[in-house]
Design a protein around this ligand. Structure first.
Ligand code: PEP
Ligand code: MN
Length: 289
């Protein structure tokens, strides 16, 4: 690997000493593991659903529709890192109930699920139901917590903290790999928008981190353009751009009534938008193969 470019924050030495497990061993090294029958690296993998598991009716409706359209995984948070502590009947986590409804949706519509866990005491509950455990951006460097998640030996999606470098992100992945858990998926979800970009976005999708990460690690890299853009009209172009940049998968917020979503209503797309976007993303992915 050529790591002579001085702008990179990872050196050849780092690859050997700091990320021996996450580092690529040769140019074509890629971890093509399977989760619930879905093989990373062989197809564009999609993680689709609402931001929050708002209710039983919502998650069953989303599961049914996105499975029919062709989503690989159903996403949705029952345990949600909400930015503000003030709750009301709508803006509120559904917690254990939400996990129960996710399981019902998974069984009824035969779609595997990915969901976040935020507290160590809920790891056994989430690990029992989820096909992939999501570690949210805010917990990316909570090392005792990610170690505890890794010990379940469940596949883990590690979302990049919006203030972290690629080096920090891979360091966190190494904490999972060192536990013998090899099913780690990296998810770029936007970085804190620098001052110059504040007028366009809360976060800035770091498209460049896709080729940068894939240059040094064998782990699959996926992108969440919903959180990165925070704005519905930009989700589609950024999803397509992510695939063009080499992403192995895309996480998308999809809601039947986006404007009335309980959390982040500016970012979800609806069923018909997802239905149009999916073949377009697959087209780009398959053309790159
Ligand atoms: C999410 O995917 O629901 C989420 C909270 O994402 P992030 O941790 O990237 O903000
Ligand atoms: Mn969110």
């Amino acid at each position: 690997m050529d790591n002579k470019f001085p702008g990179k924050d990872i050196s050849d030495e780092d690859l050997k000493t700091k990320f021996p497990l996450a580092a690529k061993k040769n140019k074509n090294h890629f971890s093509s593991f399977k989760v619930a029958g879905v093989e990373f690296g062989k197809q564009l993998v999609t993680f689709v659903g609402p931001n929050m598991v708002e209710s039983r009716d919502l998650i069953l409706d989303v599961a049914k529709n996105v499975q029919k359209i062709g989503a690989d995984f159903l996403r949705g948070g029952a345990f949600k890192p909400l930015t503000f502590p003030y709750r009301n009947s709508k803006y509120n986590e559904t917690r254990e109930d939400g996990i129960k409804w996710l399981l019902e949706a998974k069984n009824k519509y035969n779609i595997p699920i990915i969901t976040e866990v935020m507290e160590e005491k809920f790891i056994p509950l989430v690990a029992e139901v989820a096909d992939i455990i999501q570690i949210g951006s805010r917990n990316m460097q909570n090392y005792p917590f990610i170690t505890a998640c890794a010990k379940t030996n469940k596949p883990i999606m590690l979302k990049r903290h919006y203030g972290s470098s690629l080096r920090d992100w891979l360091g966190a992945a190494e904490y999972i790999l060192i536990e013998g858990n090899q099913k780690v998926i990296l998810c770029e979800r936007g970085v804190s928008a620098p001052h110059t970009h504040r007028s366009t976005s809360r976060f800035l999708l770091d498209l460049q981190v896709i080729p940068a990460a894939k240059e040094v690690t064998h782990l699959p890299v996926i992108v969440d353009p919903s959180h990165a853009t925070f704005w519905r009209p930009w989700v589609k172009p950024m999803a397509l751009a992510s695939v063009a940049a080499g992403a192995d998968g895309v996480m998308l917020e999809v809601h039947p009534d986006p404007e009335n979503a309980a959390v982040d209503p500016l970012q979800p797309i609806d069923y018909s938008e997802f239905d149009k976007l999916l073949p377009q993303m697959k087209n780009i992915y398959n053309n790159l193969k």
